[in-house]
Every structure is written in C-alpha cells, then in structure tokens.
Design a protein around this ligand. Structure first.
Ligand code: FEO
Length: 406
C-alpha cells in the first residue's frame, strides 16, 4: 500500500521507512530505524526530489505510481548522490524514460561511478549554483551546499511555497511514526538525541562547510524544511538552525563532563566512578560515563559534541594504549572535534604508557585544552591516590562552572 503523505496541496512526501537495517552506512546503529524521504511536486511539469535506498524500492515505486496518478515524470532532482538517496534513479528512468535528471557536474560524475552500466547521458539536465527551474506554479532554485555531506550536494529551494529541500541537512536517524511534521511529534524525546548523533557522526567533520550552507539558507524565506531523513520542519525552524550553527562551530550546548573510558578488569572503571562521584559533590550535573569497549562510538561522539569537558581514562595493553580507546580516539580525530577542555587518567600494572599516548594524541589535535592534573594509576586505585582525584575533580568542576553557554 502507498505510504504517501501531503506536505501541501501540491507537494507530497513519498517517504519510506526501514526498521530492519542494523547499521546506517554499515557503521552507525539504528535502534529506531531510519526513513528515506523523497518528495513529489505536482505542477504543469512533474518533479520528484531525490529517490530512496534500495532496501525500500518496492514501497517507493508504489508511492511514485500513486503520486503521479497516471502522469509522466518530467524531472528528477538529485540533491545528493549517496546510495541511500540515489539507488532508484535507474529504476525511475526505466519507468519514465523521458525524465530529465537534474544535477550538477559532480552529480553526474558520481552517477557514472556508481552505475557504470547505466547510460542516462541523454537525460542529463545540468544546473549551476543559483540556477532556477520552473515547473509552472512552482520554481526550484538550486543552492549548492558542498560537503553537507558530499561534494555534489545541493539544496533545492521552492520559492512559491518557500520549502527548502535540504538533502541530508536537518535530518535525523529514526523512522517516521506516521507523524510527518516535527511539531506532530515529541521531537526532543523521539528525535532530539538521534538528530545530534546523525549530524555529528555523518557531517560533523565538515563544520566550516555547514556554516557556509547555513549562511546561504539564512538568506531564504523558509516556511518548511524537507530533509532526506526524518520528519519535516514547518515550525520552530530557528531551533534547528541554531542547533546546527552550534554543531557546525563545535560550540558545546551544555557545560558538563563526558567520561569515555576503557577498562580490562574493572580497575580503571572503578577510578572513573570515584572521580564522577567527586565531580558530582563539586556540583557538576548531568555527568555522562561511557565504556568505549561497549558503547558504539557514535553515541559517545554525539555526547562530546554536546558537552564542554571530557575525561579520557584507559589502561595500558601490550605496552600500548588499550585498543578500544585508541580506536575511539582515531574515530574522534577523523571528525575534527575541537573547542573542548580535557583531562587524562592512565593506568598500567608494570609499564604504564597509556597516559603518555593519550597526551601525545591530543598534542596533535587542534582546539583541545588540557586541564592538567593528569593521573597515572598502577592497577587498582589506592587511598593514597584519593587526593590526586580530589584535585582533578576540583580543577574540572571549577572549569565547568566557568564555562559560559549561550
Ligand atoms: Fe542520507 Fe549522505 O546520505
């Protein structure tokens, strides 16, 4: 059955949900599924904005057929060539051979790389940044947004109904639950954290480019933002734009402490809990502790984007930093997170090297400020080491309290 919903009198959502996929891009867990959104504009000329992932092809084609209601498809706008959105271009071209494929030079280059055996060159309808396409009553304006999330990405702004088709931007993990618009959901509880986890892990590396795209978007009169994942924004638009500006500039949302740790036998974990208790006594609220061996890195990354301070704690393993922490730091480095204060706790039974390795790692990272008072344990924490933890807790708590959040 079709799963089509109405954005406006003449624009439909053709969204499809996948609640079975284990990991997005085979990397990020999807406990609440994901939606792949596509939009249909009904006018003198017909247009679809982006397609969907191959896992939901049958549902998508049913939705397309329902939306077109016997009409031909004139244009397919390709705002993003990642396979979760472009996987049905060839399918649509088979059904609607006259359809023009609207994209830029990189869109078509990527299309040919992903689908080398499909020749749609006769269908190409190349556009440049700032170009317009009239469908009749509706007019699409193409605003290039490179690296949000790939280089070919563009936004399509429909100026009659003031709808920004924003590709991956402003989307979220989490399938749709019937409610198409964010203001029909308990957004903060249902999507708030997943929207951050989606942004920070998928686009987090490209803060400067996102900032540029936000600047372009701020010049548009936007009544609705229609992303490629998750619900559509038709109210509270400043809220999501502000959130994006914070993330794009690596500005913490809250003064607080995240503690990612690794622990082979529980001794480093115990020391982390001891520190967290002292932090709480010092007035630090909403402390977040994660075992990097267990919790998927994407959740920890999202929390590091959210909070101002981070304490990394890990033992030594085979004379090196514990592998799970090393892997976590490598993943974090790829995303180029910055503007955070941090402290380090190392551990080791005979030749502890983890403290040194973590400090050396942060020497290579931009925008990380070491609060000092580094601690190195020799296996289990003992009473004589409590004073060091008290000093570290006070230094962190003082710094947290001094952090100003807009
Ligand atoms: Fe939803 Fe970058 O693809």
């Amino acid at each position: 059955m079709e799963t089509v919903q109405r954005l406006t009198d003449s624009i439909l959502s053709l969204d499809c949900n996948d609640r079975r996929l284990e990991r997005f891009e085979n990397l990020f867990p999807l406990p609440d599924g994901v939606s792949y959104n596509s939009y249909y504009i009904d006018d003198e000329k017909t247009a679809i904005v982006d397609t969907v992932d191959s896992s939901v092809t049958l549902q998508f084609l049913e939705n397309v057929k329902y939306a077109l209601n016997g009409r031909d498809l004139d244009f397919l706008i390709v705002n993003h060539m990642e396979p979760d959105h472009c996987a049905n271009i060839v399918e649509l071209a088979k059904l609607y051979p006259n359809m023009k494929l609207v994209g830029n030079a990189q869109t078509f280059a990527f299309f040919e790389q992903f689908y080398p055996s499909a020749d749609l060159t006769a269908n190409y309808y190349p556009v440049k940044n700032g170009d317009q396409l009239s469908l009749g009553q509706h007019e699409l304006n193409f605003v290039f947004a490179p690296m949000v999330h790939w280089p070919e990405v563009m936004f399509s702004y429909e100026s009659t109904e003031k709808i920004l088709f924003s590709a991956d931007a402003f989307g979220t993990f989490g399938a749709l639950n019937g409610n198409l618009f964010t203001d029909e959901t308990d957004y903060e509880n249902l999507y708030g954290d997943e929207c951050r986890r989606y942004y920070t892990n998928i686009v987090g590396k490209y803060g400067p480019q996102v900032k540029r795209a936000l600047k372009k978007a701020s010049k548009l009169d936007i009544a609705m933002i229609a992303p490629l994942h998750g619900p559509v924004w038709r109210s509270n638009i400043d809220y999501i734009l502000d959130r994006y500006m914070k993330w794009a500039t690596y500005t913490p949302e809250k003064a607080g402490v995240v503690i990612p740790y690794a622990s082979a036998y529980g001794n480093t974990a115990s020391a982390v809990d001891y520190l967290a208790n002292r932090l709480s006594e010092q007035g630090v609220k909403d402390i977040r502790i994660f075992d990097v061996s267990k919790t998927d890195a994407s959740y920890i990354i999202a929390n590091i984007f959210k909070y101002s301070h981070v304490v990394f704690a890990a033992p030594t393993y085979n004379l090196n930093l514990f592998p799970a922490m090393k892997s976590f730091l490598d993943e974090m480095a790829i995303l180029e997170i910055k503007n955070r204060q941090f402290a380090v706790i190392g551990n080791g039974t005979w030749s502890p090297t983890s403290t040194k390795e973590m400090i050396e790692f942060f020497d290579t990272q931009k925008g990380w400020t070491n609060l000092g008072d580094t601690i190195t344990l020799k296996t289990a924490m003992v009473d004589d080491e409590k004073a060091q933890f008290d000093v570290l807790a006070k230094a962190i708590a003082d710094s947290v309290k001094a952090t100003e959040i807009d």
